[in-house]
Write a protein that binds this ligand. Structure first.
Ligand SMILES: CC(C)(COP(=O)(O)OP(=O)(O)OC[C@H]1O[C@@H](n2cnc3c(N)ncnc32)[C@H](O)[C@@H]1OP(=O)(O)O)[C@@H](O)C(=O)NCCC(=O)NCCS
Length: 173
């Protein structure tokens, strides 16, 4: 396992972003924590959306400002992560502060744990002091990572629209 670096995406990483996205395949429902990367054929359009979603002034109504990061090793994108700076009702019940994914070929090597640990440090620099991270009750990989970084389970809530149970964990920074 290499050391990861959390960085803001830019056009410089276009080729890496395309390769990362391709690994999830066309049939994926979406890449958690990617700001819907698969919905944007052009990386430039995704970068524009990421920028728009960072600022309260330009944000789509109803959304919460979010910082987008890519987690890189020495040459490729290992994972992707979105840090939401506040919670709305939906995020408080189900979505949490952080969305994340590790590329399929790099899972179970410790990168999920490393990337989330870096995300907590980043959150601290943004004066956040309590972080909510959630996952599908059946997503054992995600639950394990959250517990490894110190997540304390508050409760489980039923998300009617998707007919799934969500685990809600808090971490004091
Ligand atoms: C969840 C996810 C980020 C985990 O990333 P990862 O890099 O595989 O995690 P790690 O290698 O740090 O593993 C952490 C722990 O989880 C365990 N784990 C990882 N994948 C697992 C799996 N599929 N089943 C059971 N345990 C698993 C590891 O063994 C490790 O435990 P250990 O330290 O006791 O050995 C990754 O599976 C992923 O991207 N999944 C798809 C997207 C997703 O579900 N995102 C979360 C949305 S809430």
């Amino acid at each position: 396992m290499q050391e990861l670096c959390l960085i803001s995406p830019s056009l410089k990483y276009q080729a890496e972003l395309i390769a990362f996205r391709e690994e999830f395949g066309e049939k994926t429902n979406g890449i958690p924590g990617s700001g819907n990367l698969i919905a944007y054929p052009a990386i430039t359009d995704w970068l524009a959306a990421v920028e728009k979603n960072r600022n309260k002034e330009t944000l789509t109504a109803g959304l919460i400002p979010a910082e987008q990061y890519i987690a890189m090793d020495s040459n490729k994108i290992i994972g992707i992560l979105q840090l939401r700076l506040e919670l709305n009702d939906y995020l408080l019940d189900f979505g949490g502060h952080i969305g994340y994914a590790i590329r399929p070929t790099e899972r179970q090597k410790g990168y999920g744990t490393q990337m989330l640990t870096l995300a907590l440090k980043k959150a601290k620099t943004k004066q956040m002091n309590k972080i909510l991270i959630t996952c599908d009750d059946k997503n054992l990989a995600s639950a394990k990572v959250i517990e490894k970084i110190g997540g304390i389970l508050e409760d489980k809530r039923f998300l009617e629209d998707e007919n799934i149970i969500i685990r809600r964990y808090w971490i004091d920074l």
